[in-house]
Write a protein that binds this ligand. Structure first.
Ligand code: AKB
Length: 314
C-alpha cells in the first residue's frame, strides 16, 4: 500500500485530493499537510502543519510516515502571482525544489501540477499541441515552465519518478480557488445559486480550458498509477475536457435559472493573462500514453455544481 503525503492539502485541489486518495489507499495512508490547521482534513486521517519552504520539517514528515509518494500542491495562482511576483517565485519554486530534493533523497514518486498557465508567446491557441512554444508572460507561468523542466531534469539525472499534468481551470464546489484567472468559472455558480448578479472579470469571448474536479482527481491518480514504460512524456501532459467563454457558461446556467444575470467589469490583469493562454488544449499524448479520457462536460458539470451548491443552503 502506498504512503502518501499531500503538501498544500488545504487548497482547492488538495482538500478534495486528500478525500479522494484516502478513499482509494486508506485514510491512514494519506497524510495531509498544510500551513494552516484543518479540522476537516484532520477528522478522517493524519494531518500535519507544514510550511513547504521548511526543508527540514518536510523531510522529517517523510521519514516519520515512511512516505513513498508526494503530491506537491503548494503554489500561488496566476492573478495573485502577478500582484506579488517575488513571493510567487519564492513559494512556487521553493515548494518545488524542496519536493524534488526530498523525493530524490527518500526515493519518493512526485506529482507537481503544471497548468495551462505554462503557455505563452506565439503558440497555436486552438488545439494547442503537447510540445510547442512556452514563453509565459506571468510569474505563475514562469514557475510552471521551470517546474516542468526541473522535474524532467530530476527524472533523467537522478531517476526520480516525477509526473505531472497541465491542469485547466479547475471547477469545484468544496473549497474555493483563490487568486486564479479561471476562478470566475467557480464563482459564477455560487452567484447563480444565491440569486446574485454576477460581475465577470473576463470578457465575453475569451475561451479557456476548464475541468470539473472529479475528472482532475481521476487524472492525477491515473497518471501516477500509469505504467512508466508507456510514458514518453512526463512533465507535463496536456489534459482537456471542456473549453468555454463566459457567455457560454452563462447561457448554460440560464437554461436552468433563466432569471440569472451577468454583467462585465473586466479586470485588465486577468484579461491579459486569459488572452495569453490557450483556447483549447490538444490532449492526444495523455490519451495515447496513459489512457486519459474526461467524463464530465459543461452540461453535466452545471447540473452537478448547482445541485451541490444548493445543498449547502448558503
Ligand atoms: C489560475 O487561473 O491561475 C489557475 C490555473 C489555470 O492554473 N486556475
Amino acid at each position: 500500500m502506498k504512503k502518501i503525503l499531500i503538501v498544500g492539502a488545504g487548497g482547492q485541489i488538495g482538500s478534495e485530493l486528500a478525500t479522494y486518495l484516502r478513499g482509494i489507499y486508506g485514510n491512514g495512508n494519506v497524510v495531509a499537510a498544510d500551513l494552516r490547521p484543518s479540522e476537516r482534513l484532520a477528522a478522517d486521517g493524519p494531518f500535519e502543519i507544514l510550511d513547504a519552504l521548511d526543508a527540514e520539517r518536510y523531510a522529517e514528515l517523510v521519514r516519520k510516515y515512511g512516505i513513498d509518494s508526494i503530491f506537491n500542491l503548494a503554489a500561488l495562482l496566476s492573478a495573485k502571482g502577478e500582484a506579488n511576483p517575488t513571493l510567487a517565485w519564492k513559494i512556487n519554486i521553493g515548494a518545488l525544489t524542496n519536493s524534488l530534493e526530498v523525493a530524490r533523497q527518500y526515493g519518493c514518486a512526485l506529482f507537481t501540477p503544471s497548468s495551462i498557465g505554462a503557455f505563452g508567446g506565439d503558440f497555436p491557441r486552438d488545439n494547442t499541441p503537447q510540445d510547442t512554444i512556452m514563453q509565459p508572460n506571468t510569474m505563475y507561468g514562469v514557475c510552471k515552465v521551470t517546474g516542468e523542466l526541473l522535474s524532467n531534469y530530476y527524472h533523467t539525472r537522478f531517476g526520480v519518478d516525477t509526473r505531472s499534468v497541465r491542469f485547466p481551470g479547475i471547477i469545484s464546489n468544496v473549497t474555493l480557488p483563490g487568486g486564479g484567472t479561471t476562478d470566475y468559472a467557480v464563482e459564477i455558480y455560487y452567484a447563480a445559486v444565491k440569486g446574485e448578479r454576477f460581475v465577470c472579470p473576463v470578457s465575453e469571448n475569451v475561451y479557456m480550458d476548464m475541468m470539473y474536479m472529479p475528472d482532475a482527481l481521476r487524472a492525477t491518480v491515473e497518471l501516477m498509477e500509469a505504467d512508466p514504460a508507456k510514458l514518453k512524456h512526463r512533465n507535463s501532459f496536456n489534459i482537456a475536457s471542456m473549453s468555454f467563454t463566459p457567455e457560454i457558461i452563462y447561457a448554460e446556467i440560464r437554461k436552468r435559472l433563466p432569471e440569472f444575470e451577468m454583467v462585465y467589469d473586466v479586470d485588465p490583469v486577468k484579461e491579459s493573462i486569459a488572452e495569453s493562454w490557450p483556447n483549447k488544449l490538444d490532449d492526444t499524448c495523455a490519451r495515447e500514453e496513459w489512457g486519459w479520457k474526461p467524463q464530465w462536460d459543461l452540461s453535466s458539470m452545471t447540473d452537478d455544481m448547482l445541485r451541490a451548491i444548493r445543498a449547502k443552503n448558503l
